[in-house]
Ligand binder design. Structure first.
Ligand SMILES: [Zn+2]
Length: 368
């Protein structure tokens, strides 16, 4: 049986990586300092698996559908941001991914990698095409965390008609070299202790060949974890967000919780969940999307909810406020909290900065 050791909220401005920021990162020095603190704590927890929930991973437009990479490995770089030396890779914890997919399906969701979702027929045409992040070669050094410059308006529960600006699906089975993966990671897929029919289905699930391509929402927090001292022999799981409303995405988080509890593959089954989370992009007139008073209002609300561990208040946020804030990390945070459903939460907000007009929160949600 696995367990969640702690969860973290970490932002994902590419310029937080010095190779991208080239000095600008000094303007968010508190964020950088607390990212390092969180990363060091993650390493200190010695997790077997780290789950990153990223709003910039491939997404499915279909309601109740969550993309989760099913590849053998996960790999990515920040070359789109002008940093050619940043290249990170991990073994995907497919044992867990398979369990999570089955838990999600039994709760009425669709979940999994592109091939699986395409295999569901009508979902195929609705999967997002190649995202702007991959198309834009412009290095980003101006402060906005999004490569495409388009506002994220993922506040409402209805996906229909809402432009999705979160990185698109990668080419199927994009083959990448698997060198440089963290030592100590193996690709053994022990059978999980699930109900027999589920176990039968589980037994035939196999990872896709090659690597899933990591997005900057995943890479930036992991860059810090990679560079912190200590153990890093964990496997990775990358879960995207979805437009299904906060209550439903909290329910998906509970699928993560159940998959963690049912986990029986090697190691001690220690999990860390990272919600990759930028808050409002409308904090300043010279920010990426200008100023809207709802921007700072949303950020204040979010930080208060995290500080006090008031999950109900966060989940029941005014949809208009969510919409107006042009945020990207809310749903992933709610999913993360769903994964901790029923646990005693000991939250601590480490820092919050809005220097570039975008809210960058760093927080730890320990298990009480
Ligand atoms: Zn973002």
């Amino acid at each position: 049986m696995g367990r969640i050791l702690a969860s973290f909220i970490m932002p994902h401005p590419p310029l937080a990586v010095p190779e991208v920021g080239r000095g600008q990162e000094a303007r968010i020095s508190e964020t950088i300092s607390m990212m390092k603190r969180a990363a060091g704590e993650i390493r200190g927890l010695k997790p077997d698996t780290v789950i990153v929930i990223s709003p910039h991973a491939p997404m499915c437009r279909e309601k109740d559908c969550v993309h989760i990479y099913e590849h053998e490995t996960l790999r990515g770089n920040l070359s789109n941001f002008g940093a050619w030396g940043i290249d990170i890779g991990y073994v995907n914890d497919y044992e867990f991914v398979a369990s999570l997919i089955l838990e999600a399906e039994s709760a009425g969701f669709r979940a999994g990698g592109t091939k699986r979702l395409r295999g569901r027929g009508r979902v195929a045409g609705e999967l997002q095409k190649s995202g702007r992040l991959q198309e834009s070669g412009a290095p980003q050094t101006s402060g906005g965390p999004h490569a495409d410059g388009a506002p994220q308006t993922n506040g409402g529960p209805q996906a229909d008609g809402i432009p999705q600006t979160n990185g698109g699906l990668q080419a199927d089975g994009a083959s990448q070299t698997n060198g440089g993966l963290h030592a100590g990671c193996s690709t053994q897929y022990a059978s999980a202790t699930l109900a027999s029919d589920t176990a039968d289905r589980h037994a035939v699930m196999v990872p896709e060949k090659g690597s899933g391509k990591l997005d900057h929402g995943t890479i930036v927090p992991l860059y810090y974890v990679d560079n912190a001292p200590g153990n890093a022999d964990f496997k990775l799981v990358v879960v995207s967000i979805a437009f299904m409303g906060s209550k439903r995405i909290y329910e998906f988080g509970k699928c993560i919780k159940r998959a963690v509890q049912g986990y029986s593959a090697g190691g001690a089954g220690g999990f860390v969940v990272i919600a990759s989370c930028d808050l409002s992009h409308k904090l300043k007139a010279d920010g990426p999307y200008g100023f809207d008073p709802e921007g700072p209002r949303f950020d204040k609300y979010f930080i208060e909810c995290i500080k006090t561990g008031d999950v109900d208040r966060l989940v029941n946020i005014d949809e208009d406020l969510l919409e107006a804030a042009a945020q990207c990390g809310y749903y992933g945070t709610v999913m993360m909290l769903g994964a901790m459903d029923g646990l005693g939460l000991a939250p601590e907000v480490y820092s919050y900065e809005g220097t570039f007009g975008v809210g960058y929160p760093v927080a730890k949600i320990a298990v009480d």
